[in-house]
Design a protein around this ligand. Structure first.
Ligand code: ATP
Length: 366
């Protein structure tokens, strides 16, 4: 297993010949449908990747595993993820299948916590003016990165059950100095690769945990004098993201605020089918679309594979081999060219293409 240096990017690989082990977790709902398309694309890219190649190791996870063996993330699958160079994940869980206490299965969150994938990267980019609900935004005008702390925040007591007869149930907002320092540094480093601006999204006017979050963020900001740092309350951020999203570059949030705002920013560029994500730690990384299993459209072959394809591009870049980095650029440019044509859309964006047909268009552009 690789050890990842500070920048959250693996060191450049010296040898050009390199086989990467990729754990593939298709999961539930539309997960397997979009995951298959990403693997198909990676196989197409492979011969022109300057000596880099993939060994895909598929692992059954999710609802079926839970119903069969009582564990949606079996030990063998977890071990394969820990060992692999990277993990490609579709989506997991279904609203109709729950733990005895009523919570949904969320093995993707377990995976983040157990592999300490503290840094959630959720970029959005507008490819065509038609796809945004906002007026007068054109391709490239909307280009944001949400950095979400993945291991603490308001999700930190999610395993604490509650008694059926409880009169009071509390969720705890946990913010630690270590957790905040490492995610803040990650956000500042990402900003250096972009427009050099980080906005902390918090609720420091009300919650003591958020006052602390801001204080630690301000301390870390001093290490990055070349990056502009500011703050906005989460309620105001929701308004500004609709009225004036150009004021932002990198947004940094705790876990739950990030969960909510990443859906909001996905909507600005066409919806969940357009929003990729990466969950990165110091030793492992998981790449999956920001969306869930979309049971309403599962099995119909109409899911938009773009979020998954762009997540695969994030993986190619993160692997850090010269061949995979240039394949990531080619893949992003191909997606851009597909979306330049307004008819090249799946149903979620008002088009008629199936999941496979949209991927075929990307392959044509490659
Ligand atoms: P989770 O809580 O697991 O993140 P969610 O409740 O936010 O999931 P999603 O599964 O992301 O829900 O679906 C939200 C809506 O977006 C649904 O109407 C779904 O059909 C749509 N959607 C999500 N992903 C896609 C996709 N790839 N293509 C087309 N529509 C999608």
């Amino acid at each position: 297993m690789k050890s990842v240096p500070e920048s959250l990017q693996p060191a450049a690989v010296s040898s050009t010949e390199r086989e990467f082990e990729i754990a593939v977790l298709p999961g539930d709902g539309i997960g397997p449908e979009v995951c298959a398309e990403a693997v198909r694309l990676l196989r197409v890219l492979q011969p022109a990747m300057g000596g880099a190649s993939f060994q895909f190791i598929e692992q059954p996870v999710g609802v079926e595993e839970y119903l069969r063996h009582g564990d949606p993330l079996p030990p063998a699958a977890f071990e394969a993820c820990r060992r692999a160079d990277a993990v490609l994940l579709g989506a997991m869980g279904l609203p109709s299948v729950r733990w005895p206490d009523g919570r949904e299965l969320t093995p993707q969150i377990d995976l983040r916590e157990r592999l300490d994938l503290y840094c959630g990267l959720r970029p959005v980019r507008l490819y065509h003016t038609n796809d945004s609900p906002l007026k007068n935004f054109h391709a490239g005008d909307l280009d944001l990165l949400l950095v979400r702390e993945n291991t603490e925040g308001l999700f930190s007591t999610r395993h604490h059950g509650h008694s059926v007869n409880a009169d009071r149930v509390c969720d705890l907002m946990t913010i630690t100095r270590r957790g905040t320092e490492r995610i803040a540094r990650a956000a500042f480093r990402e900003a250096r690769k972009r427009r050099g601006h980080v906005t902390l999204v918090d609720k420091a006017n009300v919650m003591p945990s958020m006052v602390f979050f801001r204080q630690v963020f301000n301390d870390v900001a001093k290490e990055f004098p070349d990056v502009q740092a500011d703050h906005v309350y989460v309620d105001a951020a929701s308004l500004f993201l609709i009225k004036d999203p150009r004021r932002f570059d990198v947004l940094l949030t705790e876990n739950l605020f990030g969960d909510i705002l990443s859906d909001l920013i996905a909507a600005l560029v066409g919806g969940m089918g357009m929003a990729p994500s990466a969950d990165i730690g110091d030793e492992c990384a998981v790449f999956q679309p920001s969306h869930g299993t979309a049971p309403d459209i599962a099995g119909k072959g109409i899911a938009n594979p773009t979020a998954m394809i762009l997540s695969a591009a994030m993986m190619l870049e993160w692997l850090g081999h010269p061949g995979t980095v240039s394949a990531a650029q080619r893949l992003r440019r191909a997606v851009e060219r597909v979306y330049a044509h307004p008819a090249h859309r799946t149903a979620d964006l008002g088009g008629r293409l199936t999941t496979k047909e949209l991927t075929d268009k990307v392959i044509e552009q490659l």
